[in-house]
Design a protein around this ligand. Sequence first.
Ligand SMILES: NC(=O)c1ccc[n+]([C@@H]2O[C@H](COP(=O)([O-])OP(=O)(O)OC[C@H]3O[C@@H](n4cnc5c(N)ncnc54)[C@H](OP(=O)(O)O)[C@@H]3O)[C@@H](O)[C@H]2O)c1
Length: 262
Amino acid sequence: MTTLPTVLITGASTGIGAIYAERFAQRGHDLVLVARDHGRLQTLANRLRSEHNVAIDVLQADLTQLGDLARVEARLRDDASIGILINNAGAAQAGSFIEQSTDSIAHLVALNTTALVRLASAIAPRLAKSGGGAIINIGSVVGLAPEFGMSVYGATKAFVLFLSQGLSLELSPQGVYVQAVLPAATRTEIWDRAGIDINTLSDIMEAGDLVDAALVGFDRREPVTIPPLQEGERWNALQAARQGLLSQIKQSVVAQRYQAPV
Ligand SMILES: NC(=O)c1ccc[n+]([C@@H]2O[C@H](COP(=O)([O-])OP(=O)(O)OC[C@H]3O[C@@H](n4cnc5c(N)ncnc54)[C@H](OP(=O)(O)O)[C@@H]3O)[C@@H](O)[C@H]2O)c1
């Protein structure tokens, strides 16, 4: 019998991350749970250990603190049992760009992008060397839509999507599966934490439904999974249009519309 890889999940103390923890424990994987709230992580770990008979480690870390982040990176680098990283920890922010403070913006960017890419970078060389494993990055449909009015949050999630697509191209030939998951509004604490009243949202997905759908995409080895997108062909069309642009980009020739009049 082959041993299932251990799954390291960031932001596992509640919301989408806690449900991922539950689902992978149900599948028989050992877990490493990462977040700031040690008490909540321990409570979840105790329950999942007793319900699913799996080994669970708790790693308390604030991923915006480089020292804490370095401990998680070291674990990903050195612990050969970890074969799946779920880069889930993230936060949102209320208000317009002008209303948000420079420090709060930097904090959001540090959590949603710097921590995520550092953790991916810590595990990817080992996974590539072993010829297997997976990295799941939680983005958002907001990363597709500047029109949603969450510019910084959306920009961090556009980063997550781009990075995931790039890493998928780089790492899939080496046997490493990279998945971007793009939820839309989902019922978790993220709204409350950001100071946004969840009742002002017209449509909201349940977190369990979101994770179950994301796992359907995971089992299919889909590079990008968008559970709320009803017609998958629209995503394929968007990618085809984007790729169509590439053949139009000619490095040495200025496009005619920019040529200075003589
Ligand atoms: N819910 C939605 O509507 C929605 C939609 C699209 C995308 N997403 C994305 O889904 C992911 C999970 O969000 P969620 O909705 O489940 O949010 P959530 O319920 O607020 O959970 C966020 C998780 O991240 C952890 N976290 C926050 N700051 C952290 C820090 N500095 N260091 C370490 N861990 C930290 C939190 O734990 P501690 O507080 O214990 O640290 C918690 O476990 C995020 O990347 C989010 O952007 C959510």
